[in-house]
Design a protein around this ligand. Structure first.
Ligand code: HAM
Length: 439
């Protein structure tokens, strides 16, 4: 027997009956983000693998375990490894550098909506193809170190992610924020953690030791009980590893968030699993989601433009976030009803078909949502199809048979009230507009 194909593991079809809620999120996002001055950018679905290794980080879970690699292509005699994009930031920064946006804009406010790919073990809220709504604000002299007032931009970006979730109708989420400090502070932070955890680290299995020797921050957000116990007694108020400027900057971010009336909690062990962050980091979680509880996350990444341009570009400050659409939808009520058709045209016999077909074209030209069954069958069966049309049914059925043709009318039935009337064919569209309250 022929093999029956199914959707690849960790992916899903978004069927027409579910599309309304997707569109609503996408449309709300576009409208909302554009009022904040963000403009849409679309980058390819795959990039050179090295771009992700050098930005998200060679030792991050994403690059170490979750990359979905494409078979390498030969480019000018060299094999160039390519991967499906696991996230959007690296690609946006690549495009920002390649298109020299720093020379034309003092602050590029960019957003994207689209699929991302990670080869994770699928579970509720964790997919191999998922969708993000992402925002990146990038510009020269926009680093936290360049101007303390940039803390207001951090607060605005965080507030934007929160307000976007509110606009979608999401309730019961929590915002956690933290600071990692500058690149130098991060080094101090890493050394501080190594010193504090030295004796405990030695007792861990070799694999964990290796993992934490490459990236000690990973222990802070590890869900493993033993790791949690090791870090639970740590003093993480920043005094030992953050500079005075970094602490003041973070204070300002918090003050600005209070001014914007955004509730938050400072969580000193929030470090994020992607290497590029410096200074402000944040995560929004929802208790109703279970193990995969992050609705979205982001932060500042002031060194990435310099790093990816190999020092050719001046350091640009940057920050952003991404929200996961599938997880947002898990927190929202089930399907909203899709819109019914305005009109469903029925031809009673083959001879009436050309007139019915013409009527359908006239209705669509006047921007009515209209359809027909494209076959001649009993009125009962066509009515049944009208009721099911597009999954949401039909407002009015417009019938043309021999009698209607002779009289130059269309029989119109209101499917809600059952009322039926005849409307002259010549002025049909304008009269139907009145009837349908669209005129
Ligand atoms: P991230 O924390 O890796 O950050 O992902 C952001 C959000 O994408 C998560 O909070 C979650 O809602 C969703 N997400 C991630 N992985 C999956 C998955 N396997 N299945 C379903 N949803 C998932 C980033 O991607 C950064 N680029 C965010 C950013 C932008 N930072 C600065 N600018």
């Amino acid at each position: 027997m022929a093999k029956q194909f199914s959707v690849p593991r960790g992916t899903s079809d978004i069927l027409p009956q579910n599309i309304t809620r997707w569109r609503r999120l996408e449309e709300t996002s576009r409208k909302f983000l554009e009022t904040y001055g963000y403009r849409e950018i679309r980058t390819p679905g795959f990039e050179e693998t090295e771009l992700f290794a050098r930005s998200v980080g060679q030792t991050s879970d994403i690059v170490e375990k979750q990359m979905l690699n494409l078979s390498s292509r030969q480019e000018e005699g060299k094999a160039v490894p390519l991967s499906l994009r696991p996230e959007g930031t690296a690609a946006v920064v690549r495009s920002y550098i390649e298109n020299n946006l720093d020379t034309t804009e003092s602050l590029s406010k960019l957003y994207y909506i689209g699929p991302m790919y990670r080869g994770e073990r699928p579970q509720k809220g964790r997919l191999r193809q998922f969708h993000q709504i992402g925002v990146e604000a990038i510009g020269p002299q926009r680093r936290a170190e360049d101007d303390p007032c940039l803390a207001y931009l951090d607060a605005e970006v965080i507030a934007l992610s929160v307000n976007l979730l509110k606009a979608f109708g999401v309730k019961g989420f929590e915002l956690k924020i933290n600071t990692l400090g500058s690149a130098k502070d991060k080094e101090h932070f890493s050394k501080y953690l190594r010193d504090q955890l030295k004796s405990g680290l030695k007792k861990l299995p070799a694999e964990d030791q290796k993992r934490f020797s490459r990236n000690i921050f990973r222990i802070l957000d590890s869900k493993n009980k033993e790791h949690r116990a090791m870090v639970s007694g740590l003093k993480l108020d920043g005094e030992q590893y953050l500079s005075q400027e970094s602490r003041e900057y973070f204070e300002r971010v918090q003050k600005a968030l209070r001014q914007l009336k955004i509730d938050f909690q400072v969580n000193p062990s929030l470090v994020r699993g992607l290497d590029y962050y410096t200074h402000t980091v944040f995560e929004i979680s929802h208790a109703g989601l279970g193990a995969q509880d992050a609705l979205g996350a982001g932060g500042r990444y002031d060194n990435l433009v310099g790093q990816l341009s190999g020092g050719k570009k001046e350091e640009c400050g940057a920050l952003g976030f991404a929200l996961g659409i599938e997880r947002i939808l898990l927190t929202l009520p089930e399907e909203e009803k899709s819109q019914p058709f305005d009109a469903y045209v029925i031809a009673m016999d083959e001879e009436s078909f050309p007139d019915a077909f013409g009527l359908l074209a006239d209705l669509r030209r006047a921007e009515f949502r209209a359809d027909m069954s494209y076959r001649v069958s009993s009125i009962k069966s066509q009515m049944r199809q009208a009721n099911k049309a597009g999954g949401a049914g039909t407002g009015f059925v417009c019938i043309i048979g021999k009698e209607e043709r002779q009289k130059g009318v269309v029989a119109v039935k209101n499917m809600e009230t059952g009322e039926q009337q005849e409307i002259g064919r010549k002025s049909f569209v304008s009269d139907f507009k009145k009837l349908n309250k669209k005129g």
